[in-house]
Design a binder for this molecule. Structure first.
Ligand code: 4AZ
Length: 304
């Protein structure tokens, strides 16, 4: 009987790691909900404001942003990886619970990468389908500083959520060809409909259905180099949660009038996200599952 209890104790965390990513997502415990005041341009993010934001690093240097969607998976941009596949995966790491790049605190957790799942239809010329899922070597332990974000179920769900406030976050530069910022930055943005964003005086037709523009017409709020792969996140007042609405993808330089940031539209990738998450999680857990089955069998035999 003691052996059975021991087996259950060992097995329980694996099942909780496999639990649906929508269980408790998009909530932050250290910062109040967004107010009604507008923020134009970037400002320093308070500690714990964006607990799903990660820094993807190469040889301990910030390379791209990313978003925690479950304890084992980080959503980022394909362009953060596809030119870097010759670099050994062991040189990459994913850092969560981070505010100051130069000074990871005791809230920080670091994981290596087990697998990179790039969207197979990523187009280098157009940046269409600029989404990648990174499978971690071991799960993040969620805390006040580390939490998963919610992901929209589909495009209709994205509309129904009726977002009141959207923000972009990252350690990227505050001007084109600038240097990285040490402290995580946040800026409030507006979602810009595709028709406007494709106007001849804006992006002139290069924005596909898999992309969403966000920023301000004036250009005063924008993402920039180093923010790539990170989240465009929106707050649902009804649900009191944040959803990742976009993945920072590209733009014509930074902060230019009528050249807002362009983001991979996550609601268009809900099916891909679910399939990739299930496939990767099951592959990663196949070995563990075998071990668990063996242990459970042993416990049953032991009981008889
Ligand atoms: C970049 O190079 C980049 N203004 C990211 C976002 C934007 C421009 C460039 C959007 O990573």
């Amino acid at each position: 009987m003691e052996f059975t209890a021991l087996v259950l104790l060992v097995v329980a965390p694996y099942f909780s790691a496999l639990a649906s990513p929508r269980d408790g997502c998009g909530q932050r415990f250290l910062v109040a909900p967004p107010g009604t005041s507008r923020i134009v341009g970037g400002r320093e993010a308070p500690e714990g404001a964006w607990p799903w934001q990660v820094s993807i690093q190469i040889q301990s240097r910030h390379h791209c942003g990313g978003t925690i969607v479950s304890s084992l998976m980080v959503l980022t941009a394909t362009h953060c990886f596809h030119k870097y596949m010759k670099i050994s995966r062991s040189h990459f790491r994913v850092v969560a619970g981070l505010n100051l790049l130069s000074a990871p605190g005791n809230q920080t957790q670091i994981r290596s990468i087990r697998e990179v799942q790039m969207h197979k239809d990523f187009n280098t010329a157009t940046s269409d389908n600029d989404v990648t899922l990174v499978l971690l070597s071991s799960p993040f332990k969620f805390s006040d500083h580390i939490q998963p974000v919610c992901t929209p179920h589909n495009v209709t769900h994205e509309f129904i959520l009726n977002f009141s406030h959207c923000f972009i976050t990252g350690w990227g530069s505050s001007y084109y060809r600038g240097t990285l910022k040490n402290r995580l930055q946040e800026a409030q943005v507006e979602l810009i409909d595709r028709r406007t964003c494709n106007l001849i005086t804006w992006y002139g037709g290069i924005i596909t259905e898999n992309m969403i523009c966000a920023g301000l017409e004036s250009g005063a709020s924008d993402s920039c180099q180093g923010d790539s792969g990170g989240p465009l996140q929106c707050y649902s007042e009804d649900e009191d949660r944040f959803y990742v609405v976009g993945v920072t993808s590209f733009g014509h330089m930074c902060g230019l009038r009528r050249r807002p940031g362009v983001y991979a539209r996550t609601s268009r990738f809900a099916g891909w996200l679910n399939r990739s998450q299930t496939a990767s999680a099951s592959a990663a857990h196949r070995l563990n599952t075998r071990l668990i089955s063996a242990l459970l069998c042993a416990a049953l035999i032991h009981q008889q």
